[in-house]
Structures are given as structure tokens and as C-alpha cells.
Write a protein that binds this ligand. Structure first.
Ligand SMILES: NC(=O)c1ccc[n+]([C@@H]2O[C@H](COP(=O)([O-])OP(=O)(O)OC[C@H]3O[C@@H](n4cnc5c(N)ncnc54)[C@H](O)[C@@H]3O)[C@@H](O)[C@H]2O)c1
Length: 348
């Protein structure tokens, strides 16, 4: 098992949780981040304190431009988790060049550094379900407070044709395809996770991205919240610890997983619509919200549910945390870190 881990975007939500897990397992971890995401400085400060004395390094660098630093850090690593990204579809529409440079060029830069090594490191990439686009041909039905697939009981599998929709879909999709190709052409062992909706501790959700955390934060702070569309849109939700378990297993089974893409989410057993989340916050956690309504957002899928059977077959992974358990853990973290939350909100 590899020991030296590099996490680009390691001060973000997923990265900080992954770093904490790897440090707790005794590994040497470098997080490389440009700290552009609001809350990433708070995450890094927490990690330094919580894991003082462990083998943690924090490198302030940008995957777009700091090529020498990136090469040096990739050279030291056995495994690279490439998570650094511009993560919001909405912001990709308002500033597509920035989105392209961070997501497409930044990912290329990571891969280019990896291929220069005589023995390249494993590179794991956080792609997105958005690479499948609107899936306009998939029949959708309405059941009460949610939409559902009419004919896909197991969700969307990896044979689904790619359709890059929105600048974010294009830039993340370009990274996704470069990952697969650098395994084929240069022998860089890459694994692509097409992730659905991930949520959990240390997530500073904003209106543009991270809806479960955003709703919970608004509910706790009594802040206003808006639903874009009719609120019946459904996602399969995955608690952060389950995602990190999947990363770990995919690396352990690299002979089987390299050069492949995996749809990773909660799967059909862990889906939620926005309206159902509102109901859960109200009924299970006594956190009522009265959202305003606004028009649909571009590229918003009515339903997205991952078919996670390939991950189960190849590396024995299935999610363990139900939405109600995961939301409970997220809310209790938010409650315990109320001061952090207020610092985060004040910086908006
Ligand atoms: N959270 C989800 O539900 C979800 C779903 C699908 C895919 N993903 C992907 O997972 C990855 C991590 O997402 P997250 O939710 O932790 O997001 P996040 O915004 O919390 O973390 C991303 C981190 O990347 C850093 N970053 C941004 N631009 C950078 C640059 N140019 N150079 C270096 N660092 C930079 C940010 O400061 C931030 O700390 C992203 O690639 C995202 O596209 C996330």
C-alpha cells in the first residue's frame, strides 16, 4: 500500500476529509491548494491543529500556473488525488475561461507532471455526473415530491454516452477523458470517479454548490434559501466517509481499476429530492425552512442516480450511510462548529 499522498484541492470539503483519514492511517499527506474556496483556510487550520505532529504538509499553489511546484509535489507522491477545481456549474457559465483554466488546464498540468516520471504515481480524479449531460432521452416520471427514472431502476451506468453540457461539464469532462487517455498512452495509472452529490462534515456549502450543506447551514442560521425549479429534482446522495472509503479501495485495487471510470454516489437506495430534504430538516431535526422559488438552472438534471454496481464488482464498495444518518452527522458537526460557520458566513 502506498504511503505518500498528494491531494490537490486538499483544503476543500472532500480533500480535508480525505487528508484527515489518510493522516489517521499514518500516511504522509501533502495538501496543495490555492485557497480560493471560501472556508478552505478554516479547513486547513483545523487539519493542522487536529493532526499536529503528523506527517502533514500544506503547499499554497495553483494548479494552473505553479508548474514547478506541482512537478516537485507530484514527484514526491505515490498517489495523487486530483480534487482541485472550480466546482460550480453556475460560475462556469458566468466565467467559462476561469472554469476552463482551473478544470481542464489544471487537470492536464497534473497529468503532464505525472507522465514525466519514469514510474508515474497513481492519479485518482474527482469527475462528475455532469459528464452525462441532460439525458433528455431518459424517461422521467413524477411521484409526489420527487421525479424518478421510469426505466432505470439501478440508475445510470458507465456505458451511458457522454454529453458535456455547460462549461463545467465540458471542463470536467475534458479532464475525465485526459485521465483515461494518459493511462492508455503514457501508462499513468489513473482512476476516474464520476461523482454524484457528496455531502458531510467540513462542507461549507454555498448557494451555487453543495446543496445539502447549504440548506442545513441556512436552516441553522435562519438565513433565506431559494429553490431553483420545483424542488422535485432528485440526486443520489453520498456521505463523505463512504466516498473516502471508495477512494481507498480503488487505489488498493489499482490493477483492476486503472484506466476506468466509475459512477460513484449513494445509488438508488440513498436518493433525496430537495423537497424531501426540506421535510427531513423539518421533521427529523426541527429545522424548518420556507424557501423562495426561482427558475430552473441551466443543465440541472431532473433526476440523477448513479448505478454503482461496477464499483461493487471491481473493488467491493457499497455506501453504508443512509441520508438521515449522514444528514444527522453533518448537522451535529455544523452545530459543534457554529463559530466556524459564522466566520464563514461573515466572509460572504
Ligand atoms: N462535492 C460534490 O458533491 C462533488 C460532486 C462531483 C464532483 N466533485 C468534484 O470533487 C472535487 C472536490 O470537490 P469539493 O466539493 O471538495 O470542492 P471544494 O470547492 O470544497 O474543493 C476544491 C478545492 O480546490 C481548490 N482550488 C480551486 N482552484 C484551484 C487552483 N487553481 N489551484 C489549486 N487549488 C484550487 C479550492 O480552494 C478548494 O479548496 C472537485 O474536483 C469537484 O469537481 C464534487
Amino acid at each position: 500500500m502506498s504511503e505518500r499522498i498528494l491531494i490537490t484541492g486538499g483544503a476543500g470539503f472532500i480533500g480535508i476529509n480525505l487528508a484527515a483519514r489518510e493522516l489517521a492511517a499514518g500516511k504522509s499527506v501533502t495538501i496543495l491548494d490555492n485557497f480560493s474556496r471560501r472556508g478552505s483556510d478554516l479547513n486547513a487550520a483545523w487539519l493542522r491543529e487536529a493532526h499536529a505532529g503528523s506527517r502533514l504538509r500544506v503547499v499554497h499553489a495553483d494548479v494552473r500556473t505553479d508548474l514547478d511546484v506541482l512537478q516537485k509535489e507530484v514527484d514526491r507522491a505515490d498517489v495523487v488525488f486530483h480534487l482541485a477545481a472550480q466546482v460550480a456549474v453556475t460560475l462556469s457559465v458566468t466565467d467559462p475561461r476561469h472554469d476552463f483554466e482551473v478544470n481542464a488546464l489544471g487537470t492536464f498540468n497534473v497529468l503532464d507532471a505525472a507522465r514525466r516520471r519514469p514510474t508515474p504515481p497513481i492519479v485518482v480524479y474527482a469527475s462528475t455526473n455532469k459528464v452525462y449531460g441532460k439525458m433528455a432521452d431518459v424517461a422521467i416520471v413524477e411521484h409526489g415530491d420527487r421525479y424518478a427514472y421510469r426505466d432505470l431502476p439501478d440508475g445510470v451506468d458507465e456505458s451511458r454516452p457522454l454529453e458535456f453540457y455547460s462549461p463545467y461539464g465540458c471542463s470536467k469532462g475534458a479532464g475525465d477523458q485526459y485521465m483515461m487517455d494518459f493511462d492508455r498512452i503514457y501508462g499513468v495509472p489513473t482512476v476516474v470517479f464520476r461523482q454524484s452529490c457528496i455531502y458531510g462534515t467540513h462542507q461549507f456549502g454555498i448557494e451555487d454548490q453543495g446543496w445539502l450543506a447549504w440548506f442545513a447551514i441556512c436552516a441553522l442560521r435562519n438565513d433565506p434559501v431559494t429553490i431553483f425549479g420545483d424542488g422535485r429534482q432528485v440526486r443520489d446522495t453520498l456521505f463523505i466517509d463512504d466516498l473516502n472509503e471508495a477512494y481507498s479501495l480503488a487505489v488498493q485495487h489499482i490493477d483492476k481499476t486503472r484506466g476506468k471510470a466509475y459512477n460513484i454516489g449513494g445509488g438508488p437506495r440513498n436518493t433525496l429530492s430537495l423537497l424531501e430534504l426540506l421535510g427531513m430538516l423539518r421533521d427529523e431535526f426541527s429545522l424548518p425552512l420556507s424557501p423562495a422559488s426561482a427558475d430552473w438552472r441551466p443543465g440541472d438534471q431532473l433526476v440523477y442516480v448513479s448505478d454503482i454496481r461496477r464499483a461493487a464488482a471491481d473493488f467491493g464498495w457499497t455506501p453504508r450511510t443512509s441520508p438521515v444518518e449522514g444528514v444527522e452527522r453533518m448537522i451535529s458537526w455544523l452545530r459543534q462548529n457554529r463559530a466556524l460557520l459564522d466566520t464563514f458566513a461573515a466572509a460572504a
